[in-house]
Design a protein around this ligand. Structure first.
Ligand SMILES: Nc1nc2c(ncn2[C@@H]2O[C@H](COP(=O)(O)OP(=O)(O)OP(=O)(O)O)[C@@H](O)[C@H]2O)c(=O)[nH]1
Length: 828
């Protein structure tokens, strides 16, 4: 039944949402001028002929329909204040529409196919909210002049330049621009937000220059030859890397080629122990060199040596350009063997890309065949976006890294590839001259010793110093420059992390070497080698050291004392002798050091619990209320850190959880193409901050809250990969308890969705399995995103008494398979 509301003053609100309408219903049009608000979302409207009869409309919602053209009749709705046209297929907007919409304040036209906006858009004088995200826009000049614009969203477009005048408007408060191939201002500025962009343009006015910079990441298995190629390319001739000089963590180098292109080389260690820190440094807009040792390559090893990396690149930076580099050709039997391996790798990679394309296409078709596709239009457009990302994998180049002519050939090839502006539209960037001056000053200060060799400087000191050299740059402007240098990988300064923002690392490799002091493949032997004088300084004995080793091997925990000793030793080795600085980084018995804070911030580790595992004083988590830990002091003296990635068993978790019950509330989140490396434990670490009573294992984790238990279980390996989220309740028979169980699932799903945002190429599907013993049927849950969206409410008002039947005929109450009531307002 359509819904008409509020007839008294002839201001009708009509609701025809989700009625599968293909044209406007006559009973709506008959109401003509009486209609104030019309909700027509989630229908199948291709056009809206007759809409102009509703000439007093102030709000029109046409989102999630099938409009291909912008309906011209809308221009006659001159009372319109709010207009929703998002999630359609609109390709263009004609001229002479917006100048007539004199009262329009809110326009949401995101997720369409717009490649242009009309030149008279700025005549829509009252517009204060505009969402143009997820379109194909290249130019937004027509927005200049919208003097009331307060919020502007333009994520996922094809913008390369932004007009300066747009940012001179005083009204603009909120702006989102992620995922555009921006050159002016570069993305590294835009990510800092509105103030950074304004500051950039202001500084640009004085004087500017263009620079071509490319971040090049070397990935591949251990011993593939990454460091050799990285160092050889920087030097222009073969550089031998001794086997015991393997990369730990990440190494960084910089150099300029003969065309003046600046390369920032990031050489990632190939040992698996380091993979889980890679997410911190693998960033968008990059060129990836994926190295494979051809002499050791066999078709059976494709997945480990190439496939794993291609999948991870595809997940994290789905539109990257990847150069396949075959090394060690001199160690292969003959030229034919090299050619065979080259073809095998190229074919398999192509097949992987095709498989992914097919599976996305299939998923999209499945959704489009849905009873009412408008209900799942958001998922469809998310898949369409993934389909648009094209991982460009270049043909494999086979080289012998010890041969000068091969290094030259590789250099020549790379130089040719990177100047192609279609491949790297963002490479040439326009920057204010002072950015270069500041960068040069910092480098000069490092060279002449004004900045110590380790490159760690107090944030206040560096600002004062730079300000003294550049009077025109106040602290606010300098912060923008430093943040740009940070985002470009030239320095490290975590502006947004409280406490850690007090330090600037002008030599990123130094911070990474500190990370490496703890996160390393040979940690156990490092611990064994701690000399007794270092132990004594921390009031420890050799038997403590033995216990640390045992704890790390058995429980993946590392004593904070051991961390302090290792980091202290690394700092001393690097010539740091400032005791205050050492204390700040290393920490003390009472206070965690900066390094641990950073590792925790990046979900690499978390404070381990000691002694009594249950905290009876812990407050219960309640939806709608902010959860406060019982003790604000999370850092325990003499405590330790847990590195979940190093866990080897699930025994404790299994013991605590017991058997799965049929009545457990369960959802399964499937990952396509696979669960990213480290995802599961990062998710677990994030949930730990909410449920402090927990047990963490290799592939399973358990959290408790009141008398409910939440289990997360990773199913990786071959076959479909998924994370299962399960809640067990002591009494699941009542509706209220089921609701509480769903609340716990919601907490996990919100965290999961937030984390997923860091993997732009990831696709997820959520299912609720049938609860009958031995039945493998499941229910697809296509609108789960709406459920966790705090702005979407009242969408799940299913009757708890409803029943759902699976494809094999088993009947269950709906609320055991899907949440029945919206938890709007649950803010966590
Ligand atoms: N003969 C020959 N040796 C090579 C070639 N490329 C690399 N090597 C040697 O292979 C070994 C491993 O090379 P690295 O550059 O350290 O490998 P990596 O990929 O950086 O290794 P990780 O640091 O463990 O990630 C070194 O001893 C290199 O000298 C090649 O093309 N031919």
């Amino acid at each position: 039944m359509p819904h008409f509301k509020g007839c008294s003053n002839r201001k009708l609100e009509v609701n025809f949402a989700g009625k599968r309408l293909k044209s406007l219903p006559s009973d709506l049009l008959q109401k003509g001028q009486d209609v104030d608000k019309a909700d027509l979302q989630k229908n199948r409207l291709i056009e809206v002929i007759g809409i102009s009869r509703l000439s007093n409309l102030t709000e029109l919602n046409l989102c999630r329909n099938e409009l291909v053209e912008f309906p011209k009749e809308i221009s006659e709705l001159q009372q319109l204040v709010r207009l929703y046209l998002n999630q359609n297929k609109i390709k263009s907007i004609p001229e002479n529409i917006f100048p007539l919409l004199k009262n329009l304040e809110f326009l949401k036209i995101s997720t369409n196919k717009l490649s242009q906006i009309p030149s008279d858009m700025n005549k829509c004088e009252k517009l204060n909210f505009l969402n143009l995200s997820n379109n194909c826009l290249r130019d937004v000049q027509p927005l200049v002049g919208l003097s009331h614009l307060r919020e502007l969203y333009m994520e996922n477009n094809r913008l390369t330049e932004l007009p300066q005048a747009l940012f001179q408007s005083e009204s603009l408060e909120k702006l989102k621009l992620n995922n555009n191939p921006l050159r002016k201002p570069p993305e590294a500025i835009c990510l800092g937000g509105l103030k950074d962009i304004q500051s950039y343009f202001e500084m640009l006015e004085t004087s500017s220059f263009t620079i071509r910079t490319i971040k090049t990441m070397f990935l591949g298995s251990s011993m593939a030859g990454k460091s050799t190629v990285c160092r050889s390319l920087s030097c222009g001739h073969p550089v031998e890397v001794a086997e015991d000089d393997r990369t730990d963590g990440i190494e960084i180098q910089q150099f300029c080629n003969e065309d003046g292109v600046r390369f920032l080389f990031w050489d990632f260690a190939g040992q698996e122990e380091y993979y889980f820190t890679h997410h911190v440094f693998i960033t968008a807009q990059a060129f990836v060199i994926l190295a494979v040792d051809l002499s050791r390559y066999k078709p059976e090893s494709f997945r480990e040596k190439v496939g794993f990396w291609i999948n991870n690149i595809q997940l994290k930076v789905p539109n990257a350009v990847v150069l396949l580099l075959g090394t060690h050709v001199d160690c292969c039997s003959d030229e034919k063997a090299v050619q065979d391996k080259k073809s095998d790798i190229e074919e398999r990679v192509n097949q992987m890309l095709l498989d992914r394309k097919d599976s996305l296409e299939q998923q999209r078709k499945n959704l489009e065949d849905f009873n009412n596709p408008s209900l799942v239009s958001e998922q469809i457009s998310a898949i369409e976006r993934l389909e648009e990302y094209k991982l460009q994998v270049l043909d494999l180049i086979a080289i012998d890294c010890t041969k000068p002519e091969d290094i030259k050939r590789l250099q020549h090839y790379i130089n040719k590839v990177i100047v192609d502006t279609d491949t790297f539209p963002f490479m040439e960037q326009t920057l204010p001259q002072c950015y270069r001056d500041v960068e040069n000053d910092i480098q000069a200060d490092l060279e002449n010793g004004k900045i110590p060799q380790h490159g760690i400087v107090a944030h206040g000191d560096i600002l004062d110093h730079l300000n003294a050299c550049h009077k025109e740059l106040d602290h606010a402007k300098l912060r923008v420059v430093l943040q740009y240098l940070h985002r470009s990988g030239i320095i490290i300064w975590y502006r947004d992390i409280t406490d850690s923002n007090k330090m600037v690392f002008v030599k990123p490799s130094f911070l990474i070497s500190l990370f490496k002091a703890i996160v390393r493949h040979d940690l156990v032997s490092m611990l064994k080698e701690i000399p007794s004088r270092d132990l004594k300084r921390e009031n420890s004995l050799e038997k403590h050291r033995d216990a640390w080793i045992k704890d790390f091997e058995n429980k993946a925990t590392l004593s904070n004392v051991a961390i302090r000793i290792l980091v202290h030793a690394e700092l001393k080795r690097s010539g740091v002798d400032d005791d205050e600085l050492i204390e700040e980084i290393v920490g003390t018995k009472r206070k965690a050091g900066q390094l641990i804070k950073l590792l925790e911030h990046f979900d690499v580790c978390l404070p381990a619990k000691q002694g009594a595992r249950l905290n009876p004083a812990a407050p219960e988590f309640c939806p709608d209320k902010k959860w406060e830990p019982s003790s604000p002091e999370v850092y325990e003296p003499n405590g330790s850190c847990l590195f979940p990635s190093f866990l080897k068993s699930d025994k404790d978790v299994k013991d605590m959880w017991g058997q799965d019950n049929l009545e457990d509330i369960t959802v399964q989140v499937y990952f396509l193409p696979e669960i990213p490396h480290g995802f599961f434990h990062r998710l677990v670490i994030r949930i730990c901050s909410i449920y402090s009573t927990n047990w963490i294992g290799k592939e399973q984790c358990l959290f408790t809250c009141g008398n409910r238990r939440l289990l997360l279980r990773e199913r990786a390996g071959t076959g479909d990969q998924f994370i299962e989220i399960r809640v067990k309740h002591t009494d699941i028979s009542t509706s209220g308890n089921i609701q509480k169980a769903w609340d716990m699932i919601k907490v996990a799903m919100i965290r999961l969705a937030q984390l997923t945002q860091q993997w732009r190429g990831l696709c997820q599907y959520v299912y609720s399995p049938c609860k009958h013993i031995g039945c493998d049927a499941h229910f697809e849950w296509s609108d789960w995103q709406d459920w966790i969206d705090p702005n979407a409410c009242e969408k799940f008002n299913m009757d708890p008494e409803d029943k759902i039947t699976c494809s094999r005929g088993h009947i269950r109450r709906t609320e055991c398979l899907f949440p029945v009531r919206s938890c709007a307002g649950l803010k966590i």
